[in-house]
Design a protein around this ligand. Structure first.
Ligand code: ADP
Ligand code: MG
Length: 247
């Protein structure tokens, strides 16, 4: 579904992404892991068009999307969440998701009409799938951190993506919230048939969930393989233990 080929991005002289490769199969659950600063967020920004690559390309469903603006990439079927949650804090949970569903349906102007009888079923179904049904009437800003991240995922689902990209979905979470979020991600992949690509700085949390793991180090791909292969890779272990040479 997605292929990132030998992609590069520098900020002035600093090579943030320096020859990364990534493959995501349809229906797959793929994790990108790597230490802080290894280039994960930059890679996601290159995939979703927030940044343009200096070299290399991003191919989504056989189309080179590397030169498209973000809104066109979104309309091709890629939605994402950001490392820092992006919600409307003063709107209700329901309304946050409804806005997203309506904008996907091209009906966002109708928001100025008296009330949200539009897209109620779709919105409720999304809230149900992320476990927020019972908080639909709460204001988004009053939710606990873990629920805000779940809401952000719900907003992304409103775009009816085929590929959902999540940047550190468990950032700042308690261990319980992290487990719940990882279970949610797995459930979404299973029940909605979504293809999910997410990144994490914590190696441990991804190993039970991901089918394929890509390890980034200093802007490049060290390995992409099944979890067991990655776990046993001496190159990966040396990256994490600080040995610079093998990477
Ligand atoms: P990660 O998400 O893996 O923690 P990032 O992709 O955010 O890593 O960052 C990779 C490197 O690129 C970091 O050293 C970061 O400081 C640098 N970087 C990221 N974005 C910019 C930018 N807009 N300008 C300059 N440097 C940046
Ligand atoms: Mg990041």
């Amino acid at each position: 579904m997605l292929r990132v080929e030998e992609i590069h991005k520098s900020f002035d002289d600093f090579k943030a992404v320096n020859g990364a490769n990534l493959t995501v199969e349809k229906g797959g659950l793929v994790a990108v892991i790597g230490p802080n600063g290894s280039g994960k967020t930059t890679l996601f920004n290159l995939i979703t068009g927030q940044l343009k690559p200096d070299q290399g390309k991003v191919v989504f469903k056989d189309e080179d999307i590397s030169k498209l603006p973000p809104y066109k990439i979104c309309s091709r079927g890629i939605a994402r969440s950001f490392q820092i949650a992006n919600i409307f804090p003063r709107l209700t949970v329901f309304r946050n998701v409804q806005v997203s569903v309506l904008s996907q349906q091209g009906k966002s102007r109708k928001l100025f009409y008296p009330a949200g009888k539009l897209a109620v079923e779709e919105t409720n179904s999304i809230l149900e799938s992320v476990g927020l049904s019972d908080k639909a009437g709460n204001t988004a800003g009053s939710l606990a951190h873990g629920d805000q991240r779940a809401l952000e995922i719900a907003i992304a689902l409103g775009n009816e993506p085929e590929l959902l990209i999540l940047d550190e979905p468990t950032a700042g979470m308690s261990p319980e919230e992290t487990t719940a979020t990882m279970e949610l991600i797995k459930r979404l992949a299973d029940s909605r048939g979504l293809t999910i690509l997410f990144c994490e700085h914590d190696m441990e949390v991804v190993f039970n969930v991901a089918q394929s793991i890509m390890v980034m180090h200093q802007g490049l791909t060290v390995i992409q393989d099944k979890p067991d292969e990655v776990k046993n890779s001496s190159r990966v272990q040396e990256c994490y233990l600080g040995g610079a040479e093998p990477c």
